[in-house]
Design a binder for this molecule. Structure first.
Ligand code: BGC
Length: 534
């Protein structure tokens, strides 16, 4: 089995915002609001909305009315007790996965059995010259990267290509032809077309059952992909076949990896205590360094040197946690609605409560329901009823309205609601929409925190760095803080951890793994030649 080994000498051996908890809501009385649009829509001190210029809104008043919205949304607030229960259930599911029994959390071996320990300078890792390619497929964008190693120097260039929905959901052949086509264009533009057997690291961010570093069968599509004929097939073979079909590019796939693994590896190069890689982007997932003696399904495993490694990175595929019903105790009717309308109902339920592909839609179905109950938008639900009209970036923008210190003006919230086509927006509506968004994003952060805290407790080392990447972690204004604070509450003992933003794990990480895999391959070849000459 091929795999990668780092020797140490074994190197590759808010609710900040709005004090709803005190039920001190800023509410404008409906009667006062009927003639106005919304409290200040002010840009640079100038009112930008003509209606507002004409009619100064009455001051917002603090009231303690019956809080119907808060009551309706109660189930979106998770207690620490519920989060601890999640931790227990998730670990149980992981143990099932590690034992090889049928399990929601698959716990897929990656055949990367050590992370950099930091004692070697990067130059020794890249102690070779050469060109490497990295492919990164995991969402609506597909990236091709070229990394050039010249001794200590590394240069990286890349290009992003879109994956149209028709390709995501067409045939597998068309998808891999598209990938090969983008790759060929990139190679042409970067004068790499004539290169032979260019080593390539393929970050394929979907669950893959690997039996070596360069082979992996897709278990199931996630994140809106549904290309036919790929589930159950080896994606490296599909990529090679697509390259052979066009005949004008010559590549050598030396590593297949998940984006969480790239994230862990890229962070580990900077911080040798990195043991966990997490993605919270379009989808969510985590990988971590597990002891071989705790992976019963790999009992008896030896590598090509006949050695049983002490550890291996396990791709948890935690997005599927709850697919066996383990999350039923806290899922809501809104989660059910999001799941029902998704392309893969019943699958990746934890992911659907957390990640960027679903967060906006989840907020939207809550808002639609509240509007239907007459609690928002004067009972008008039409505008908010269009599926996917409320992407996750709206949740981020609205949540950032809550970061304003004193008088919250909810400018962005108002603007977003108006753009969607909601009529009769009151100040109350803006505040309540922001409240719902903050509940959804806080719940996502707390659910992720439960997963990370469980892994930290399981690893139980004194200092652990967690490499994190993904659009939700990067761009949501309060998610990282909420995540961090909750992990701190959920870990036990005297574990110290830190979250580290990974700089382009799926691209850089793949190129790094490709470089090392190539070096190991060359070393092996040299050793074989030497022994045959003896
Ligand atoms: C996939 C994982 C991936 C995660 C983040 C999930 O949908 O199943 O393999 O790591 O998204 O991209």
């Amino acid at each position: 089995m091929s795999k990668i080994r780092y020797k140490s000498r074994r190197f590759f051996r808010f609710l900040l915002f709005f004090d709803f908890s005190e039920k001190k809501k800023i509410l404008a009385k409906k009667s006062q609001m009927s003639s106005i649009v919304c409290h200040p829509i002010i840009k640079n001190g100038i009112a930008t909305d003509a209606r507002i210029k004409k009619q100064r809104p009455p001051p917002l008043v603090v009231a303690r009315p019956r809080d119907l919205i808060q009551e309706a949304c109660e189930r979106l607030v998770l207690s620490d007790q519920q989060l601890r229960r999640i931790m227990v259930l998730m670990e149980k599911s992981m143990e099932q996965g590690l034992s090889g029994k049928k399990a929601a959390v698959k716990m897929l071996p990656t055949y990367v059995d050590a992370v950099p320990n930091g004692t070697e300078p990067i130059s020794t890792i890249f102690f070779q010259k050469g060109d490497f390619l990295a492919l990164d497929l995991g969402g609506t964008n597909f990236r091709v990267l070229h990394i050039k190693l010249e001794g200590k120097e590394t240069k990286m260039t890349g290009k992003i290509f879109r994956v149209p929905e028709s390709i995501m959901r067409g045939t597998g052949e068309a998808l891999f032809d598209h990938i090969a086509d983008c790759m060929a264009k990139f190679m042409e533009e970067n004068n790499l077309k004539d290169a032979t057997k260019l080593p390539l690291g393929f970050t394929f961010s979907f669950p893959c059952e690997q039996d070596g570093l360069t082979r992996g069968k897709l278990v199931t599509w996630t994140k809106g992909f549904k290309a036919s004929g790929v589930e159950g097939a080896d994606v490296v073979t599909l990529l090679r076949d697509a390259c052979h079909r066009r005949k004008d590019i010559d590549i050598d796939v030396v590593a297949l990896l998940n984006d969480t693994v790239g994230t862990l590896m890229a962070c580990a190069f900077q911080e040798n205590t990195c043991q966990i890689g997490v993605i919270v982007g379009t989808g969510t997932n985590a990988c971590y360094m597990e002891r071989l003696d705790r992976i019963p399904k790999l009992a008896g495993y030896v590598d090509e040197h006949n050695v049983t490694p002490e550890e291996m990175i396990i791709n948890t595929e935690w997005g599927a946690f709850g697919d066996d019903g383990a999350l039923s105790f806290l899922r809501t009717k809104w989660d059910d609605a999001v799941d029902r309308e998704s392309i893969n109902p019943g699958q990746h339920l934890y992911e659907k409560m957390i990640s960027g592909m679903y967060m906006g839609e989840c907020a939207r179905v809550v808002l639609e329901d509240l509007a239907k109950q007459g609690l928002l938008f004067g009972g008008h639900s039409d505008a908010i009823s269009t599926p996917h009209c409320f992407p996750t970036k709206f949740v981020s923008e609205i949540d950032s309205d809550l970061l304003e210190d004193d008088d919250r003006t909810f400018q962005k919230t108002y603007q977003i609601l108006e753009d969607i086509g909601v009529e009769m927006i009151t100040a109350n509506d803006c505040a309540n929409v922001a409240y719902v968004c903050s509940l959804i994003s806080t719940r996502a952060a707390h659910l992720t925190a439960a997963g990370i805290a469980m892994l930290l407790n399981r690893i139980n080392k004194k200092h652990v760095t967690v490499g994190v990447d993904g659009s939700v972690y990067r761009f949501h204004p309060t998610y990282p803080t909420l995540l961090d604070a909750k992990i701190a509450e959920l870990i036990v003992g005297d574990i110290e951890y830190k979250l580290m933003l990974s700089e382009d794990g799926s691209g850089r990480g793949a190129a790094l793994v490709a470089a090392v895999a190539t070096r190991l391959k060359e070393e092996k070849l040299a050793a074989a030649t030497a022994s045959s000459e003896r």
